[in-house]
Design a protein around this ligand. Structure first.
Ligand code: SAH
Length: 209
């Protein structure tokens, strides 16, 4: 139930649903998602659903992780990427297969610790976890080639736009009761926004937990 074969079946389903970026699919195939959920849920780790990780938070559905990372990459090489909302650390681990240098911020200290424990065995030397408020991003490390936000904001946070490099992309669910995935690209002329699928994320909350 937790084997490479199970993971390959998950990847085949992602392909069927339209994920075409081979780099993203290879990353999804490489990261053992069952290591990021409680042992009692491990047998369900490769179903295409969100699952509880404690503190009223969830591990994102595999399709959504793949979709967000495909949009963030847009076929480019990513040197430096930021994730907001580490949660259990799964998406951060997938992103670390794709980008050269990855930072991930989590506001709830206990979840940041849990992610650290989940990730230890994978030895991802290019991934740094930060306990902090993702609304502020990481100005000291910016600019980023991609920023992926794993919680829904009522509006796009200005600080995250400011931390996009030229040609970089922010992928973020926006809304409260109803939400949509948005991709904002920083171009020479300013920001270009596209609106994608309707989604359902936990809320982005201000301040450290
Ligand atoms: N990336 C995770 C999904 C985590 S759910 C995965 O791979 O499955 C979203 C996470 O965002 C929660 O852990 C929540 O605590 C966190 N979060 C919410 N608001 C935040 C903020 N302002 N800064 C950082 N993390 C935040």
């Amino acid at each position: 139930m937790t084997s490479q074969r199970t993971r390959d079946r998950m990847v085949a389903r992602l392909r069927e649903r339209g994920i075409a970026d081979e780099t993203v699919l290879a990353a999804m195939s490489a990261v053992p998602r069952h290591l990021f959920v409680d042992a009692a849920l491990a047998s369900r780790a490769y179903e295409d659903t969100a699952l509880p990780i404690g503190f009223e938070q969830t591990i994102s559905q595999p399709y959504i992780v793949a979709r967000m990372l495909e949009c963030a990459r847009a076929g480019r090489e990513l040197a430096r990427a930021l994730e907001v909302g580490t949660g259990c650390g799964y998406q951060a681990a997938v992103l670390a297969q794709i980008a050269k240098e990855v930072y991930s911020i989590e506001r709830i200290a206990a979840l940041a610790e849990k992610a650290r424990a989940n990730l230890r065995g994978l030895r991802l030397r290019n991934l740094r976890l930060v306990h902090g408020d993702g609304y502020e991003g990481l100005p000291e490390v910016a600019p980023f080639d991609a920023i992926v936000v794993a919680a829904a904001a009522p509006q796009v946070p200005q600080a995250l736009l400011d931390q996009l490099g030229r040609g970089a992309r922010l992928v973020i669910p926006v809304g409260t009761a109803t939400q949509e995935l948005r991709v904002i690209e920083r171009t020479a002329a300013g920001f270009r926004e596209s609106r994608l699928d309707a989604v359902k994320f936990v809320p982005l909350r201000a301040g450290k937990g």
